[in-house]
Ligand binder design. Structure first.
Ligand SMILES: [Mg+2]
Length: 188
């Protein structure tokens, strides 16, 4: 259970990609000399991100790999804050996001799984480890998720965070309510 005051103080939720939004697997190949990289995402994680956004939280992605797959997934999720650093230097990107939006490190949560996440995890108010995180990352985090990356970890976080903030039921009910009207089209 997250402390309610801490949960309510969070304004920014930052997600790692490999091992958090995915199970860490990467499909690498080439077609007619064109390098292709594919990742597999969890649809329930996507809805969890949507719920956090609806609850007024800013959701961001910071990854230490560069791939078109992540750019496309960020567009799908309506995530504007996306940083892909080929050297896995996540801290400068994180600090730039804080600066851009006027958010303090203590008002941020970061969900990670491995050593590239450590510098940011040590800085944020709510450091979170997925179920498949390495022991050192788990030890550095205030919150350990049961579910693993690419298999509902982000959804579990969304539910636990919004429950602690007291908004999980209203956000999910609102989602169902706008889909319970027979006449209207999509309204996200
Ligand atoms: Mg990772």
């Amino acid at each position: 259970m997250i402390d309610a005051a801490l949960a309510r103080s969070i304004r920014l939720v930052v997600l790692d990609v490999d091992g958090v939004l995915t199970d860490g697997g990467v499909y690498l190949g080439a077609v007619e000399g064109q390098r292709l990289e594919f990742k597999r995402y969890d649809i329930q994680d996507g809805l969890g991100i949507h719920f956090m956004q609806k609850a007024g939280l800013r959701v961001a992605i910071i990854t230490g790999r560069v791939s078109e797959s992540v750019r496309l997934r960020a567009i799908e999720l309506e995530i504007e804050d996306l940083a892909q650093d080929p050297q896995a230097q996540k801290l400068p990107a994180f600090l730039a996001m804080l600066d851009q939006h006027g958010i303090a490190p203590s008002e941020a949560a970061f969900i990670g799984d491995d050593f590239p996440d450590m510098a940011v995890l040590r800085l944020v108010g709510l450091p979170v480890a997925v179920g498949n995180a390495v022991p050192e990352v788990k030890a550095a985090c205030k919150m350990q998720l049961t579910r693993t990356g690419g298999h509902g970890a982000v959804r579990e976080f969304a539910e636990r965070l919004l429950t602690a903030r007291g908004t999980w039921e209203s956000v999910t009910e609102q989602y169902v309510a706008v889909r319970s009207l027979p006449m209207l089209g999509n309204s996200r």
